[in-house]
Design a protein around this ligand. Structure first.
Ligand code: M6R
Length: 614
């Protein structure tokens, strides 16, 4: 969480840093701040609230300067307030520092520094770092970059840090451990730093992703140099960004979430483009090819993920077990890592993560790696920590997802998992050639069918208007539609703040049925397939208790239409692919309800896009 941006070069830093912070605001949005070096002045402006509040506060004051650092915060230690906002400064006002992550031993360090006479203004863990850097720099008579390197050996936890000092106006120092940081190399001898590439891409596509425990020293004369914590110089690995600027704009939509929902025909297509050919009957996930035999013979595949990515993992479990007959377990990364799981070199652990930075997912992978398991990743963000840690994997190619509520990333994850299941099944011989070809052709047709589902938007908006004031909602599904129900409930609660739960439809009578009354909307996935008749019975149970049923059905359905209060039709497809279509109406529904309730759709309260704290 928290977004970091910095600039040093010949241009004015303030507009670049503020624009970058706005692009990163999805990472955290409770307070923001900048520090700017102007001559012998270090000007710091910080405010609780959105970046625009801080921007307004700073404009009209001295915002000049060719070096600047900026931060948008998601509070961990200390409430969102002006004083807790970053940057934090040394007591003599010479050094300013921003931080994303958590310093676990901040309390001990704070007490030691207080004993040395340091006075703390904020309740943050970050302030400890800036005072420690100042203390070491004075005690050891070293410049602030060297002091930061020495300080880091005393710090436990996760960090992405950028610091400037008015004693070194041509320098900027950065360090990372478990929190991402990218350096952009501008064409005019200037440098950009950010938590991800989105603030950088409009200026340069040449970047270096910092590795764990790496320190970047940027000097306007000497350029970029990298060191490890032991002060050994490292060779930077330059990469070209593939991201396009338009992908970061709303493109005429009112919200990023709506844009991303509507991008799904393209993002699903981009995800399987070049990876399958129905006519020639092949599927090929390049980044996994070397590990497929290992996956086929593994004890089990363990999928680790959080939130929406965990739901995608559950769909993957249905697909891989059914088609490829390989044992799959899906685990919450946060639980898995703390329960001493039994793992060895015969296990394959697959992390699913849109951001590729989720702290718990990353830690689960590190644990699996330490136990000798093969580790693979399904990530959206290219160059992210998970994609760099894993032995192999597949990118989802959904393009930047800015809305905090995950939409197109989910369908892209499910698409990769479908390709994976098909590829494994084909190699293992657990799928007939005809079935294989049918599924490939059906998958190729999915983007067109998603377009058709998006055309039901007006109907979904009407349904949203009817249920926008509900205080509770239930989502029901069976088989691979059960994770779709979970995902539907998560979408509703995270952006509209209506309490919602997803349940396997048959489980309803073991408890949740007690909640049903005439005010309770129940969203049901009742598409054609093996469990259709069972779901129809579940709908009858709801109706017998006067619950309101909104059913997602297969085009042309008559039986459910007669029972339900509303039906939303999706085109017919193979049962294995239903999650890719059935999830779309729930995304639109949550979106419209949230808008009608006046909620901040793209930046819901208390959330952040990239959860880099445990
Ligand atoms: O970046 P990741 O996929 O690892 O993120 C996992 C969850 O934090 C994320 O899916 C979260 O649940 C979203 N807000 C859901 O919309």
């Amino acid at each position: 969480m928290c977004g970091i941006v910095a600039y040093i070069g010949k241009k004015e830093a303030f507009p670049i840093v503020v624009k970058g912070l706005k692009r990163l605001e999805y990472r955290g949005y409770d307070s923001a701040g900048v520090a700017l070096l102007h001559g012998d002045q270090l000007n710091v402006y910080k405010k609780a609230g959105k970046v625009s509040v801080m921007e307004e506060f700073a404009l009209g004051q001295d915002v000049a300067g060719h070096a600047g650092i900026g931060h948008t915060r998601w509070a961990t230690h200390g409430e969102p307030s002006d004083v807790n906002a970053h940057p934090h400064t040394s007591m003599d006002g010479k050094i300013a520092l921003i931080h994303n992550g958590i310093i676990e031993n901040y309390d001990v360090l704070k007490r030691e520094l207080q004993n040395q006479g340091y006075i703390f203004k904020s309740e943050t863990d970050t302030e400890v770092i800036v005072h420690l850097v100042d203390y070491i720099s004075k005690k050891e008579h070293v410049w602030f970059g060297e002091a930061l390197r020495l300080a880091l050996s005393q710090v436990h936890g996760a960090y992405a840090i950028v610091a400037i000092s008015k004693e070194y106006p041509n320098r900027l120092v950065a360090a990372r451990k478990s929190s991402p940081l990218v350096v952009g190399i501008g064409a005019e001898g200037d440098f950009y730093l950010a938590s991800d590439a989105t603030p950088i891409v409009e200026y340069t596509k040449k970047v270096v992703y910092l590795d764990d425990e790496e320190i970047a020293v940027i000097d306007l004369e000497e350029g970029l140099k990298l060191y490890n914590i032991a002060d050994q110089e490292r060779t930077p690995f330059f990469q070209q960004l593939e991201m396009e600027l338009e992908a970061l704009e709303k493109g005429g939509y009112e919200h990023f979430m709506l844009k991303e929902i509507h991008e799904q025909p393209r993002s699903i297509h981009d995800c399987f483009r070049g990876r399958l050919n129905a006519e020639e009957a092949w599927v090929n996930l390049g980044g996994l090819r070397d590990y497929e035999q290992k996956m086929i013979t593994a004890n089990r595949l363990i999928i680790v993920a959080c939130g929406t990515s965990w739901h995608a993992g559950l769909v993957g479990e249905y697909l891989i077990e059914d088609l490829a007959r390989i044992n799959v377990e899906v685990e919450y990364a946060s639980e898995f890592r703390y329960r001493n799981p039994i793992l060895n070199e015969n296990d394959v652990v697959i992390a699913i993560s849109q951001s590729g930075e989720t702290a718990d997912t990353l830690a689960a992978l590190e644990l699996a790696k330490s136990k000798g398991a093969t580790i693979l990743g399904i990530c959206n963000v290219v160059g992210s920590s998970i994609s760099r840690l894993t032995d192999g994997g597949s990118y989802t190619h959904a393009g930047p997802e800015i809305g905090v509520a995950s939409t197109k990333a989910f369908t892209a994850q499910v698409t990769v998992l479908t390709l994976m299941a098909l590829s494994l099944a084909h190699k293992k011989g657990t799928i007939s050639e005809t079935h294989f070809r049918t599924l490939l052709a059906e998958l190729e047709a999915i983007p067109e069918k998603v377009k058709q589902v998006l055309e039901t938007d007006a109907l979904i908006e009407q349904i949203a208007a009817e249920y926008k004031d509900a205080s509770n909602a239930l989502y029901l599904g069976r088989g691979s539609s059960f994770p779709v129900a979970l995902e539907g409930a998560l979408k509703l609660k995270e952006i509209s703040y209506i309490h919602a739960e997803g349940y396997p439809a048959a489980e309803m009578k073991h408890g949740p049925i007690a909640l049903i009354d005439e005010n309770m909307p129940i969203f049901v996935i009742a598409t054609q397939g093996n469990s259709y008749e069972k779901v129809v019975s579940n709908i009858q149970e709801v109706k017998a208790r006067k619950g309101k049923v909104i059913a997602v059905v297969t085009e042309g359905d008559i039986q459910v239409r007669e029972m339900a209060d509303h039906v939303i039709e999706i085109p017919e497809t193979n049962e294995f692919l239903v999650p890719l279509l059935a999830t779309i109406p729930f995304q639109l529904l949550s979106y419209h309800i949230a808008v009608m309730r006046g909620c901040n759709v793209d930046q819901p309260r208390n959330l952040a896009k990239s959860v880099t704290v445990e």
